[in-house]
Design a protein around this ligand. Sequence first.
Ligand code: GDP
Length: 573
Amino acid sequence: MTKKRVYEIARDLGIPSKDLLEALVALGMPGLRAVSTVTDEEADLIREFFRERVPPTPSEAPAEAKAPPKPRGTPRPPVVAVLGHIDHGKTTLLDAIRKAHVAEGEAGGITQSIGAYQVSVHERLITFIDTPGHRAFTAMRARGAQVTDIAILVVAADDGVMAQTLEAVDHIKAAGVPMIVAINKMDKPGANKDRVLQDLAKLGYTPEEWGGTTVTVPVSALTGQGVDELLEMILLVADMEGIYGDPEGKLEATIIESNLDPTRGPLATVVVKNGTLRERDVLVAGSTWGRVRALLDHRGARVAAAGPGTPVQILGLDGVPPAGEAVERIENPNEARRIAAERARASMEERRAVRAPKTFEELIQIAQTKKLVVVLKAASTGALDAAKHELGTLKADGVELELLHAGVGPITESDVLLAAAEEEGQPLVVGFAVRVDGKAARLAEQRNIPVRTYDIIYDLTQDVGRALRRLLGPEYREVKVGEAEVLQTFDIEGVGRVAGCSVRAGRVVRGGRVKAFRNGEEVFVGEIASLKRFTDDVREVQAGRECGIRIRDWNDVRPGDTLEIYTVEEVLV
Ligand code: GDP
């Protein structure tokens, strides 16, 4: 018996999977997903049902019946990034998608890469960020830009989940975007899809076909097998997510790539998320500004405007803004120039300021957040497991330690970027028996991200423990400074009982903490309210002298009691 997937039936019927799934619920088949399989009989039933009815075309869809609340604007093309381990086929997959789906006959095909391209599937557009790997992805996030709507995690079926796969998963998780797993190289003899599914399940990403929620699609970037299903899934996930943009709304666009062209000057590619970017607009991006001289689409063709979900290259900025920088439209060119100049000055000052050496304590600021977010790298899987285990034992009440990413290998720029993109907690990058590469060190200095490496696991745990406790603010400790014996007591009206004491050791200090003992048992713990020598208020009284002590809120002090005096001191953790 052959089995069909729901999305395949939807494709046969020429309707979006989402519409079919909604209809299936009405048909009494709830709980199915686009990748769910149905038996032949069920498939026939579904087809029958749709033949009887006039097939609902997307335009006729139940729009009036239940107009869903639109967040803002209209659905726009989803922006997709491809991440995964090196050599698992990210570039090949991006090429395969581009070759197969960029609308044919348009301007003689692709002549240049602008860092992103668009494909058309079922007359809908999908925008792919063309620079594979999570460096670009995280570089953008580190600047607060969330360009990607959906992430594709590429895992080679002959290799399974590897170190950078884990890293990519952590980056995607931190970004909070939906993930689709492309299990690539299915054409290879050693391909083992189940192993990849198992690896994913172990990571807590149970595949849909095993009853979980992780969408997986087996593909071969080389033969093209499964690529259409992958695109189908992207559209489906986009529909589920509800990805909207308003062409008339406020311009929201982010730089994804930029470079200096020897003849045309600075070229910057942006992805527009909302609003419409037009020729002649005056823009500010970071500390650069300019009037748009020309807009080029991903095929190098000149366009007058770019709406939501579209990548476009801009000519006309006066400099090369970094990836992740937001682009703003400013009406007045003078105002735009002023803003850009002001930012350039501020960033110069900032750079100068961070040059000053910072201690570990200064870097681990007493943050408002009570969370320490750690990126951990170690020399081997054994070392990594050991370090992970040790960090797992660290506890401090009221603060949380989150292991954002743990991987094998040196501390790289990507690790620092991941930490720098952290918004909710105090980031910290630590390495166990690994080195920090030069770029990572420079970036850490620029961004004020503490990076530390250790050769002894004990030192690592000590330091991270310290960082964790510092988040709570300073710690205090009582230090015993003296001891006094009560000789007699006086009850003074309106004041309370005063103990006439002889200081036996150390000193008694005003405002100090006091513990009272009677026959060797602690009977009261409190604070010295007043300290007098004869009739004078004094700050402290040394051993061998006598004094009058009144204890706050305690009138039961008796002759013969022993008073231990403590001061409270801040402990440097
Ligand atoms: P990236 O480092 O993730 O961008 O990987 P590449 O796209 O450069 O691919 C690495 C190698 O795997 C290249 O030699 C590709 O030809 C090969 N490759 C990529 N996808 C497939 C596939 O689906 N099947 C097979 N057999 N080889 C593939």
